[in-house]
Design a protein around this ligand. Sequence first.
Ligand SMILES: Cc1cc2nc3c(=O)[nH]c(=O)nc-3n(C[C@H](O)[C@H](O)[C@H](O)COP(=O)(O)OP(=O)(O)OC[C@H]3O[C@@H](n4cnc5c(N)ncnc54)[C@H](O)[C@@H]3O)c2cc1C
Length: 534
Amino acid sequence: MSDSEFDYIIVGGGSAGCVLANRLSKDSDTRVCLLEAGPEDRTPLIGIPGAFAYFMFTRKYNWSFDAEPVADIRDGMPVFCPQGKTLGGGSAINAMIYIRGHRVDYDHWESLGNRGWGWTSLLPYFRKNECNERGGDELHGGSGPLYVSDCRNYYAINDRFLQAAVEAGHRATDDFNGAEQEGAGFYQFTIRDGRRCSASHAYLKPVRGRQNLTVRCNAEATRILFEGKKAVGIEYRRKGSSERVFARREVLLSAGAYNSPKLLMLSGIGDPASLAEAGVESFHELPGVGLNLQEHVDSCVLQESLKGDGFRSSPAGLLRMALEPFRYLFGRKGKLESSVTQAGAFLKTSSDLEAPDVQLHFLPLLYDDSGRDLKLMGRKGYSCHVCVLRPRSTGRMTLRSPDPGDPPRIELNFLEHPDDCKTLVDGIRVARKILASPSFDDYRGEELNPGADAQSDEQILARCKQKLGLVYHPAGTCKMGSDEMAVVDDSLRVHGLESIRVVDASIMPTLIGGNTNAPVMVIAEKAADLILAT
Ligand SMILES: Cc1cc2nc3c(=O)[nH]c(=O)nc-3n(C[C@H](O)[C@H](O)[C@H](O)COP(=O)(O)OP(=O)(O)OC[C@H]3O[C@@H](n4cnc5c(N)ncnc54)[C@H](O)[C@@H]3O)c2cc1C
C-alpha cells in the first residue's frame, strides 16, 4: 500500500488532532495520516505536572510566538504567546486545568445559526470525552479517554484563598463543571496518577499500534494541495526536504488557532489584499481567515507574603524543593505531582449577569510574564490572576511573508473595547477584596501590583496593562458560521471549498468562558461524528 495516499490527512497532532486520529482510524479499512510539526512527546518532563515552567523556556516543544508590541502594554515589550509543538499540542504543555465553560457560551454559538452546537447537543460529547475519578453522572463522564482528577498535593495557602473568597461574599464550589459554574474552589485536572493526561496520552497512545494509522512527527505542513476547489493533499517538510501526502476523502486542519489560518493563507485562502501584502497569490477569497482572534486577556494582583510557604525561585526556595524530584521519582508524590495553579474562581463582577464574567487563577507564588520573571518569582508572595472571560475586543493574525518558516504576525488588540477594560478593572477589585479578607491577615505584605497607590479605575487599568498577559486560549480565527466573515460552516467545512475542514480552537465563533482544552477536544469529538457520517 502506498505510504503517501490516505483517506484522511490530519494536520496537527494537538488537542483536536489526537481525538480525530483516534476516532477516524477506528475502522481498520480507513487509512489516516497525522502530520505533526513538532517532535514525539517522549521527554519525561511532559508527564510531570510540576514541570510546567520548563515549557515556557523551550522552543523545541513550544512555538513561543510573540504578539506585536503595543506602546502602553508591558512597556512596549511583546506579549508572549506559547503554543504546544509536539504530539498533544497545547495539552502537552498546558496547566492541565479541566474546565468546560458555561452553557451560555454554546447556546450562543447555536443562536448564531450553528445547528447542533448548543449545550444540550454538546453535553454528550463532554461526557464521552471525560473519565472523572469521582465517577460519571448525568453531567460527567466516568469512562472516557480524558482522565480528570482532584488536586492531590496542594500548597496550604490555597485554603486561605478559599476561606477569603467566602469571607468576601462568594460561594464555595467543589465542581466548576457542575450544574453551577460560579464560585471559588479547587480546580480539577487532566492528571492521572500524578502524570499529565494529554490528548496524546488519552487518545493517541492507546491506538498507535493500529496498522491503518500513520503518525509523522517533525513534519510541518507548508501548503494545501488542490485540484480545482477540492483539497487533495498536503505538502510538508521533513528533515529539510519537501514531501507530499494525498487524501482520498478529506484534509483536516487541526494546527491550532494561529497555525490553521496560517496554513490556509499560505495556500492562498484568505483576504486577497492581506495575502497580496504578504506576497501570496490569492486562490480563494475568504476574508475572515485570521480575523476574529480572541484570547483571555489577563492581569493580576501580586501580593508580597510575610510567610515563605509558597514557591520561590530563589536559592532558598529551590533548596526547599530539593527533595521533590526524588519524591516524584519514587512514587509520583509531592509538589511535582500537581499543577502549580490549584485554586481559583468564576465570579460575576455584577450580580445581574447571567454567567460569571471573570475567572481567577490563584498561585502560591509571584507569577508574571508566563513565569519568565524569575527575579519576581524569587520573592515571597502569592498572585491572583484575573481574566476577562468573554472579551469583546478582537485581534487578527496575518502572514509576514510567503515563507512558512516565518512566525505569524499576531495583533491581539487587547482592551480595545471599553467593556473589556471595565470588566478587567472590576475583576481586579474583586480579587483585591478577596486578598484583603481576614484569612490573609497574617500573610499580607505589600501589594506589588496594581500597588496601593493605584485606586482609581484609570490607575488600576494602567497598572494592569503593565502586567498584562494571556491565559493561552487563542480562538476564533477560522470562525464557524454563515456570515461573510465565517470561514467554516457548522459541519466545519471551509466555505466554498471541497474536502477540507478545520477542527480546532480556531472554529469557535466566540471564545468560551473558561479554559479551552476540553472544549477543543469536544469540538473534535463532534467533528469526528460529522466526518464519519458524510
Ligand atoms: C501554556 C498553556 C497553558 C494552558 N493551560 C490550559 C489549562 O490549564 N487548561 C485548559 O483547558 N487549557 C489550557 N490551555 C489551552 C489549551 O491547551 C488549548 O486551547 C488547546 O490545546 C488547543 O488545542 P488545538 O487542537 O486547537 O491546538 P493545539 O493543541 O495547539 O494543536 C495544534 C498542533 O498542530 C501542530 N502544528 C501547527 N502547525 C503545524 C503545521 N504547519 N504542520 C503540522 N503540524 C502543525 C502543533 O505543533 C500542535 O501540536 C493552555 C495552553 C497553553 C499553550
